[in-house]
Design a protein around this ligand. Structure first.
Ligand SMILES: C[S@@+](CC[C@H](N)C(=O)[O-])C[C@H]1O[C@@H](n2cnc3c(N)ncnc32)[C@H](O)[C@@H]1O
Length: 219
């Protein structure tokens, strides 16, 4: 028996999402590309609270939620924050806008329990995440890709991820101006506070975790 159900992938996970191409998949494809990584991280870590900042087609939140569903993870939540209408016209022209906003979109129909915050990431942080003291087990950052934008998301939301939590960044191998995710990665690398592996799948996904001792006595 195969581990993955190709028909299910095609009809539920990549359906109606042209943006999953940036993750090494394709719309309506049976191949999940880096989607496997998002799924594996949420699954392996049994991440109860997953948060995705920015999504063109809902691919990453689908993978996060699917892992929680497959684990029957009680009290688990996946949240998506996307500013859509509040994102400036200039930025929309560069970074695109989501295709899942209608309630009958493939993403929202198949994953209605994903909690959606239609707000700029900074507003959602100040209005919801910070006052509710939300702890994020797995955070994915994929909203404003300008250096200042992705840095702001990192500075705000990484504070909600505990030391053993996981963070992924997207567009890490996109060096075209004005994409500044790789510059943020330089900052993080230079701080020495995080371990990081950058996977060059499509536009690139980096997996980060706070540097920590490995649990050996005396380490
Ligand atoms: C189109 S996605 C990029 C494609 C992405 N790699 C994917 O997997 O779909 C970028 C998203 O971030 C959102 N966005 C950009 N800046 C934002 C901000 N400051 N706050 C919230 N959402 C933002 C946009 O509305 C857009 O949907």
């Amino acid at each position: 028996m195969p581990l993955v159900d190709k028909e299910f992938i095609k009809t539920n996970l990549t359906a109606g999402d042209p943006w999953c191409r940036g993750h090494g998949s394709e719309q309506d494809s049976e191949d999940l590309g880096a989607g496997m990584l998002y799924y594996a991280l949420a699954y392996g870590y049994k991440a109860k609270t997953c948060v995705c900042l920015g999504s063109g087609g809902g691919f990453v939140p689908r993978m996060m939620r699917q892992a929680q569903r497959d684990l029957n993870l009680i009290d688990s939540r996946t949240m998506l924050v996307d500013g859509t209408l509040q994102v400036s016209k200039e930025k929309k022209q560069i970074w695109g806008e989501p295709c899942w906003v209608p309630e009958d979109s493939v993403f929202r129909t198949n994953y209605p329990e994903v909690e959606i915050h239609l707000e700029l990431t900074e507003d959602a942080f100040r209005n919801y995440f910070q006052p509710n003291n939300v702890q994020i087990d797995y955070l994915h950052i994929d909203a404003d890709h300008h250096y200042e934008g992705v840095k702001l998301d990192w500075d705000l939301y990484s504070t909600l991820v505990p030391d053993d939590g996981i963070i992924t960044l997207h567009d890490t191998t996109n060096y075209r101006n004005p994409c500044g995710v790789y510059l943020l990665m330089d900052d993080i690398r230079n701080s020495g506070d995080y371990e990081m592996i950058n996977f060059p799948i499509a536009y690139g996904t980096a997996v980060l975790r706070k540097r920590q001792n490995d649990g050996r006595p005396g380490s």
